[in-house]
Design a binder for this molecule. Structure first.
Ligand code: FSO
Ligand code: SF4
Length: 562
């Protein structure tokens, strides 16, 4: 195996990347290799689907399959090799179906043959081996760094940046698609980019342009996901969320998929089961259509990397709807379920919102006992729901506070968290930000500081939780609206972006920010391993990207520049 797609990748003097029997996330070599082969298969689908679209017979079902397949290969999503064997055979069938569709279109209109020549190359010619040994032999020919000796680390790194950005795009677009929101332009963009990668491109300038076009595609996708979430569940409002449990039977829902949470809330309505959010599901409490369920009672635990402790102590079953799953510990292995793209060997998978086994498990487990809660202390809350509309609703007051000098600076401290030691930088930064500054946050990184008492400035809370990492579109809207109110560009605002990256959705968001021309982003805790010194130099020169240093120094530097 060779994988260097996430922040926690193994750092080696000989070249960074997880390359032994198991990655640091727990992904074994078999699964990692099958994921590489699935990416290869998706490239073949994309080539055929791009042709089908050019021939006037687009196949958005193939597009939806590509989104799901790519989503399964993100960090901490699916560790089950059996699922990948199935997906590989499905991928070949999808590709061949689209190819047949193209041929049928050509028979109907032979003049169009010129406009869309038949694609060629190993991804369209690939036939999945019948057994695992054969599939692994095929996978060995298509790792992410397959071409390293021929094209060098810079080209491989840029291809990886595009691929990882596309994995993030696929995750966001899949979240929107399961809520019924898709766009032809997005499917076309996915087809175009994955087919481009199938051509083994080597031109550095072109690759960099393509990377930025992934950022633009991701902006469309994030806007679509925002429309899906608010269209289905209403506009988030500031909402105090209980973080201390209540007595009763309980189910814990983790990950990002609001549609799964809604389906479970419907299926448990009128029972004696309470539903709790975990990790990135916390912002769900701000949506009117979700908080209308009285048995969505609160949030339990912290960010994803705390799950082995959180889940072990939770007295009910757990549902993982997306990343980040890590190896289930023995104390809860029998009562954790996966759904959607998520998988872990031996863990029960519930497809199509068929949550009856999860609900039965909740009835069978003790839940929170009133006696246990006596020691839990007084009720505590955190406030969520400062999505774009909620913040823009007080934009006038915010602008006045800035003009009056009451608010000196904004820090957007967000992204994804991880277990690495250096990540306390982000809590040090947030809690060390001066009292006349406002902290905007999103993603799971906020768990490091969202119980801190930040206070307010003239009635404006100093900590504004915008939502999931999936809600980055709201942050962009807020920054754009502030820039408009001040009559300047986003780069001229008293705003610093301090980004904590972990996995591939962060790569997609970073590319979006760069495509929008946003400069001087501080990125940490370490820089992506797939970015070579040459690529980093380009990003520093063109976009002013800065590695984080120490929280006090970076706060001081940001306020000096402001
Ligand atoms: Fe976190 Fe995991 Fe939302 Fe990521 S739960 S780390 S960017 O997958 O998705 O912020
Ligand atoms: Fe390593 Fe991250 Fe890949 Fe897991 S996802 S194998 S930790 S680089």
């Amino acid at each position: 195996m060779f994988c260097y797609q996430c922040e926690q990748t193994t750092r080696l003097p000989t070249g960074d990347g997880c390359a032994s029997a198991k990655g640091l996330c727990g992904k074994d070599a078999t699964t990692a290799d099958l994921q590489d082969l699935l990416v290869h298969a998706v490239k073949g689908i994309a080539q055929q689907a791009r042709r089908a679209r050019a021939l006037g017979v687009p196949d958005n079902d193939a597009g939806a399959f590509m989104l799901h397949a790519l989503f399964t290969t993100l960090t901490n999503v699916n560790f089950n090799p059996t699922r990948f064997v199935t997906l590989l055979h499905e991928a070949a069938a999808v590709r061949d179906r689209v190819a047949a569709r193209c041929e049928a279109a050509l028979v109907a209109d032979s003049d169009t043959a010129q406009t869309a020549p038949a694609p060629t190359g190993p991804a369209v010619d690939w036939t999945p081996a019948a057994d695992l040994t054969g599939l692994l032999a095929q996978a060995a020919t298509v790792p992410v760094n397959a071409d390293l000796a021929r094209v060098g680390a810079d080209v491989v790194g840029l291809r990886a940046l595009i691929l990882y950005g596309m994995k993030g795009v696929a995750a966001y677009a899949n979240h929107a698609a399961v809520l019924g929101y898709t766009r032809d332009a997005v499917f076309a963009g996915v087809e175009e980019t994955m087919a481009y990668l199938a051509s083994d491109p080597t031109d550095m300038a072109e690759l960099l342009d393509r990377a930025l076009s992934v950022g633009r595609l991701n902006l469309q996708v994030m806007e679509m996901l925002d429309a899906a979430n608010t269209g289905r569940f209403g506009t988030p409002h500031p909402t105090a969320v209980r973080v201390t449990p209540v007595a009763g039977k309980a189910i814990l829902v983790s990950g990002h998929d609001l549609g799964d949470l809604e389906a479970l809330l419907k299926q448990t309505a009128g029972t004696d089961i309470n539903v709790y959010t975990h990790g990135e599901m916390l912002p769900a409490h701000g949506y009117p259509a979700l908080k209308a369920y009285p048995h969505l009672v609160g949030n339990f635990g912290g960010a994803w990397q705390d799950q082995q402790t959180d889940f072990a102590t939770f007295p009910g079953p757990i549902l993982m709807t997306s990343n980040c799953i890590i190896e289930p510990g023995p104390r809860y292995r029998q009562r954790i379920f996966t759904t959607g793209p998520v998988g872990w060997p031996g863990v029960r998978h519930l497809a199509d919102h068929a949550f009856a086994p999860l609900i039965a498990a909740a009835h069978a487990l003790p839940g929170f006992k009133a006696d246990d809660l006596k020691t839990a202390g007084p009720e505590q809350t955190v406030t969520v729901g400062f999505g774009g509309d909620a913040v823009l609703g007080v934009a006038g007051a915010v602008v006045e506070a800035v003009k009056a000098g009451d608010i000196r600076h904004f820090f957007l401290i967000g992204g994804c968290d991880g277990a690495a030691a250096g990540r306390n930088y982000y809590s040090d930064f947030a809690t060390g930000a001066p009292d006349d500054t406002v902290v905007l946050t999103l993603g799971c990184a906020k768990y490091r500081f969202n119980r801190h008492e930040f206070g307010s400035i003239g009635g404006i809370p100093r900590l504004l939780d915008i939502g999931q990492c999936n809600d980055s579109y709201s942050a962009i809207r807020i920054a754009s609206a502030l820039a408009e109110a001040f009559g300047c560009g986003v780069n001229d605002l008293p705003l610093s972006l301090v980004v904590s990256w972990f996995e591939q959705k962060a790569a997609a968001v970073l590319l979006t920010l760069l495509a929008l021309g946003i400069r001087n982003i501080r990125l940490g805790p370490t820089l992506p391993a797939f970015l070579t010194p040459t690529l980093l130099a380009v990003l520093v020169e063109r976009f002013g990207i800065q590695p984080i240093t120490t929280a006090p120094d970076d706060i001081a530097a940001a306020l000096t520049c402001a």
